[in-house]
Ligand binder design. Structure first.
Ligand code: CA
Length: 252
């Protein structure tokens, strides 16, 4: 794998949204982005950062956690409700629990201040490379049965709509594909590696941690962490098994 952007990527200007209230750090990030033929837009607070995100749909977000008003955690949560855009978080705390919190919340990478220019540049490149990967087709394909029901979960594949107890739950594309993969293999133990191949279509570019945290988010969104602990079982050192609890699937 090369470490520079391909001519194709470079010609299409990469847009990076930098949400950071420290101008010196924000400008340093902007310079690194410019070096990679990208354009970095700086926004100094969370609320306007979020607004800018939804207006401009950038290719990558560099997000500071300590922001005035709405903090980085909340910004990340709002972004992840609707988008799989790569997010690199910046934080002043070099704590393992902060890192875990960031990854659980859906950040793709994490950098502690102060960081080196080269390191940030390399992380940005790696995230952009990963985001070029096109997810596999299949989820919501028209030939499939359109509605799946299991207990309080209802999925309309063609409309890509997920409901829990009748309430619509917003899943990102990856979360939706992950759910689709589990549902297609009821009662079957799926290895993490297998999920990386089927859902991310990239067994080597990303780590098993990404699977773990996407599963955590899916669980949380579907309310599976409480009453339905056994619906999605984590198999230690191996992977996951989805076991439908309620009514059986409608011919998948
Ligand atoms: Ca800050």
């Amino acid at each position: 794998m090369t470490t520079t952007l391909s001519p194709d990527q470079a010609s299409k200007t990469t847009r990076v949204l930098i949400i950071e209230d420290d101008p010196s750090i924000a400008e340093a990030v902007q310079r690194i982005v410019a070096k990679q033929q990208g354009t970095g837009v700086i926004v100094g607070d969370g609320r306007n950062g979020l607004r800018s995100f939804f207006e401009d749909r950038p290719d990558l977000v560099v997000l500071d956690i300590g922001l005035p008003g709405m903090d980085g955690w909340e910004v990340l949560e709002r972004i992840r409700d609707l988008s799989e855009v790569p997010v690199l978080i910046l934080t002043a705390h070099d704590l393992e629990q902060e890192k875990v919190r960031g990854l659980t919340a859906g950040a793709d990478d994490y950098l502690t201040k102060p960081f080196g220019v080269q390191e940030l540049g390399a992380r940005i490149q790696a995230l952009l490379r990963r985001s070029q990967i096109t997810p596999i087709a299949g989820a919501g394909a028209p030939e499939e049965a359109t509605v799946y029901q299991d207990g309080n979960l209802e999925v309309d594949w063609s409309a890509r709509e997920v409901r829990v107890d009748g309430e619509v739950v917003g899943l990102t594309k990856l979360e939706f594909q992950l759910l689709h993969t589990f549902v297609r293999h009821p009662g079957q133990a799926l290895a993490t590696q297998q999920l990386l191949e089927q859902v991310w279509n990239d067994p080597f570019g990303i780590g098993p941690e990404r699977v773990k945290f996407t599963v955590l988010r899916l669980r949380r969104k579907l309310g599976w962490q409480d009453e339905q602990k056994d619906t999605l079982e984590a198999i230690r050192g191996y992977g996951y098994r989805y076991t439908p609890t309620g009514s059986r699937q409608v011919a998948l």
